[in-house]
Write a protein that binds this ligand. Structure first.
Ligand SMILES: *Cc1c(COP(=O)(O)O)cnc(C)c1O
Length: 357
């Protein structure tokens, strides 16, 4: 064990990763090192590959995801060694659970939160303890000051939409110098404030983000995280112990294009924020209550009509919102912010439906 090891490093899964063959990208090369096929894919595939500039599908992709890591590092002003990219942030989170949550003590997360956390904890046999949100759906920082094997929470939280100020996030990180703290920022681009600046101060903080919500690319599967070089190295060791080539060439090519176009990104997120703000007013006028959302959804309860009834009525109209039969949240609906036209259809249906109640 190195003398440089920090206290939070004790309970990390450490492994010696598989070493994949070299993947050079030379225009002229004789590549006989990783058993790829020398002939092009089927003509239809080849056509798409050329027209869409997806890269050479015959060859393995870059196992280090260099192009996308560099694009993200530049965009977020960090060192490329601080960036890890995965197949959606679910992949980044699952790999992080496996890597960082490796202690006998329970990991901590909110009782009402992203419903994948307990699934991964159970899968990997990680003990966990949930900390109840308060009556306003807020995280209670004190709850995260007990012995633990790691901490994870989304900010803003899902499905509540509640954003926690960075002072509270930092208070939680400060109290947990002995474990890894993961902040899942799937929705941060819709008006929250990222914990990224804190990465420079705390080498046990991992900030996870995704292309699925604010970058309109759920179908491509790209997620990433930013943390200290040490954390990223531990993650890569685990990744390279499971699957070296996680990111396919089309995802890399299209992901880089998405990061390059900041104006489009700001335009889309700005539009969703504007739609969300007016839908808040309309829902309130219809008798809904909800915690203030800084995400692309609103977590709403109606003051008289049960959520499940509204959910089913909407479903009959082919309008799909999310409802959970779970304690604390079974009278709420999570309504994603769509286009203005989609939200108009939803609101006008609700108006009619609730008037008849
Ligand atoms: C949507 C979501 C994710 C996963 O998104 P990916 O599509 O896998 O990137 C992770 N965390 C939270 C809180 C989410 O809502």
């Amino acid at each position: 064990m190195s003398v440089m090891e920090q206290s939070w490093e004790k309970n990390i899964r450490k492994c010696v990763p598989y070493v994949a063959g070299e993947q050079p990208e030379k225009a002229k090369m004789i590549k006989l090192n990783t058993n790829e096929c020398p002939y092009p894919p089927a003509p239809g595939v080849k056509k798409a590959e050329e027209e869409m500039n997806l890269g050479n599908l015959r060859l393995y992709p870059d196992q280090n995801v260099t192009s996308l890591v560099n694009a993200l590092a530049e965009y977020y002003h960090v060192n490329p060694k601080q960036v890890f990219v995965g197949v959606g942030s679910d992949d980044v989170l699952a790999t992080s659970f496996l890597t960082f949550f490796n202690s006998d003590k329970p990991i901590l997360f909110p009782d009402v939160t992203y419903s994948f956390y307990d699934v991964w904890a159970n899968l990997y046999r990680i003990p966990f303890k949930t900390c109840p949100l308060d009556e306003e759906w807020k995280i209670v920082a004190e709850d995260y000051k007990q012995p633990n094997g790691g901490v994870i929470f989304p900010n803003p939280n899902a499905p509540t939409g509640v954003f926690e100020p960075l002072e509270k996030v930092e208070e939680i990180i400060k109290a947990n110098a002995d474990s890894v703290v993961i902040v899942d920022e799937a929705y941060v681009d819709f008006g929250g404030e990222s914990a990224l600046p804190l990465v420079e101060k705390y080498d046990n903080l991992l900030v996870v983000q995704t292309f699925s919500k604010s970058r309109s690319m759920a179908g491509l599967r790209i997620g990433f995280c930013i943390g200290s070089e040490k954390l990223i190295k531990y993650l890569n060791d685990v990744k390279f112990s499971i699957n070296s080539y996680t990111m396919n060439r089309p995802a890399l090519a299209l992901g880089v294009e998405a990061v390059k176009d900041d104006a489009y990104f700001k335009m889309v997120t700005g539009k969703i924020i504007a739609t969300r703000e007016r839908v808040k007013k309309e829902l309130a006028e219809l008798g809904f209550t909800f915690p203030d959302s800084k995400t692309n959804f609103i977590f709403a309860s109606h003051k008289t009509v049960p959520a499940k009834e509204i959910f089913e009525a909407l479903r009959e109209q082919d309008i799909y919102v999310r409802h959970w039969n779970k304690p604390r949240i079974d009278n709420s609906l999570r309504i994603t912010i769509g286009t203005d036209e989609e939200m108009d259809v939803l609101i006008s249906f609700l108006k009619k439906y609730l008037a008849g109640k």
